[in-house]
Design a binder for this molecule. Sequence first.
Ligand code: PGA
Length: 260
Amino acid sequence: MEVIILPSPAAASQEAARIFEKQIQQKPTSVLGLATGSTPLGTYRELVERHRSGAIDFSRVTTFNLDEYVGLPGTHPQSYRAFMDLNLFSQINAHPGRTHVPNGMAVDIPTHCAEYEDAIRRAGGIDVQLLGIGSDGHIGFNEPSSSLSSRTRLKTLTPQTIADNARFFGSADDVPRHVITMGVGTIMEATHVVVLAIGQGKASAVAAMVEGPITADVPASILQMHRKCTLILDEPAAQSLKRQTYYRWVYDHKPQWQRI
Ligand code: PGA
């Protein structure tokens, strides 16, 4: 795992956006895995800027989002479909038919989940997957105890995640209890996984992910087994890492040809 510690949330978001920019420039038909929440907002602003300046053409890109709340239609302001439309899709030239978010109103959820997996496979698999990390160590909505080889399916949120996300809904009571999320196994099949974590609230989850044992108790820890995982942090999110000095040393000594 490559651990990149940067001085500010803006620098971290720019680094993540640079990876996506390079990916799309090298492969205009890239398949992107996208995330929601507070963390990716800066990255999406950067991507919109880069699109406006002519650096990124999204017209041939396909996207798959990680997750969606069960029971919220895409028109609900707190649905992840609405989040993506507002913060990214409406501001870039991605083809609407190629932006995928699980359908929180699906009547037959297991069939919908199997179809979502099929759609990812038919698109050729995910080239780069953007991830945040929950304060409980979740990725997507794969809460602690999720199978590390799970596929897209229904999950029940933990009280911790409901409390974390209550800020978007006004109160914890309004946060749906169930979600559809790509599985840990689905995420692990992406060619490149980019995890972004910002702020002190993520420091202990980040330390457990990078330096703790691989365990379903911290689903993000399975990324220690991923062949190409880049973890981008601001200083507060990195503060509990034991090997911070080494990670900075590695980054400072990165060969020129490996730099974005
Ligand atoms: P956040 O969520 O970006 O809103 O902190 C991250 C996550 O839960 O994966």
